[in-house]
Design a protein around this ligand. Structure first.
Ligand code: NCD
Length: 305
């Protein structure tokens, strides 16, 4: 039995297989609509979420399965002091698979060590978010037809943005990748990621505070929201939140086939004027997230269509 806590638990071959399954689901949805009949997904979200939770739920329903979930973290037994380990043991009695989001880094890992069913990390604090990475990877694949040789710009909150951390880890395994890390000084990529992933693997990267000067080089631009909930003080958040706002004017020097991604929710970092640009891929990315979660559920439940 396998869980998914960190994207690196999936080999590049397994990522390819998940993409192939997602492509098949897109092409032949009817083939999949009953495959998880009588299976239950439990969504345990101890942090706010719209798309990740609903995406998991939609994924399970589209596979013919069912979903059980807590109404909210404050109405669950966690508010009475139940440990993550106990919650995982209890939910294992009710469901076949768990998707868990938690504000504490490592909580889904603890859950997976105590559950008797697969646990999927749906975001743990400022750490990781592997299923968002699956959505990102399918979008990049569908737009570019390759992962090798891409220059990827990450812009915004690279310190607390867990989607950035997971996507960097995943993309660093391909050849000829270049990362351009665009953030205010206070929100730079954590040094453990630079050391353990980028420097260890000899991957080329550039850090800058200036988005416009690097725009012409980018194949992918991954915009992120400044993660308000991880700030210790409101003043810092207010000062940094509008550091980068992507507008149609700023895209004038960008490549014609640039792919603009954002895990959403968007606050101010992409003006709505950009949405009509064919290079804006963030709503397709949402849809791709559902297909990749379907593929992942099938894999972890060992269900074949
Ligand atoms: C992201 C997250 O939760 O980390 N959202 C998501 O799952 N699509 C990004 C964010 O909240 O900024």
């Amino acid at each position: 039995m396998r869980s998914l806590i960190d994207i690196l638990e999936l080999s590049v071959e397994e990522i390819d297989e998940l993409i192939a399954t997602a492509e098949d689901i897109i092409a032949n949805p009817a083939k999949y609509q009953e495959v998880c009949r009588h299976k239950k997904l439990a969504t345990l979200f101890f942090e706010p979420s719209t798309r990740t939770r609903m995406s998991f739920e939609a994924a399970m329903y589209e596979l013919g399965g069912n979903v059980i979930s807590m109404a909210s973290a404050s109405s669950s037994s966690a508010s009475k002091g139940e440990s993550v380990a106990d919650t995982a043991k209890v939910i294992s009695c009710y469901a076949d698979i768990i998707a868990m989001r938690h504000p504490k880094e490592g909580a889904p890992l603890v859950a997976s060590m105590n559950a008797s069913i697969p646990v999927i990390n749906a975001g743990d604090g400022g750490h990781n978010h592997p299923t968002q990475t699956l959505a990102d990877l399918l979008t990049i694949w569908r737009k570019k037809g390759k992962f090798d040789g891409l220059t990827i710009g990450f812009c915004g909150d690279l310190k607390f943005g867990r989607t950035v951390h997971s996507l960097i880890a995943a993309m660093a395994r391909y050849t000829g990748i270049r990362f351009i890390l665009i953030s205010p000084d206070e929100l730079k990529l954590p040094s453990y990621i630079k050391k353990d992933i980028l420097e260890k693997q000899g991957i080329e990267y550039l850090q800058t505070t200036d988005l416009e000067s690097v725009m012409p080089e980018l194949d992918i631009l991954y915009m992120t929201r400044v993660q308000q909930e991880r700030f210790f003080n409101e003043e810092d958040y207010l000062r940094l939140r509008d550091s980068y706002i992507l507008t149609p004017e700023k895209l004038e020097n960008a490549k014609k086939d640039l792919c603009i991604l954002h895990p959403l929710p968007r606050v101010n970092e992409i003006s709505v004027g950009v949405d009509a640009d064919p290079r804006a891929c963030y709503f397709e990315q949402v849809l791709n997230g559902k297909y990749m979660r379907m593929a992942l559920i099938l894999k972890l439940l060992e269900v074949k269509a």
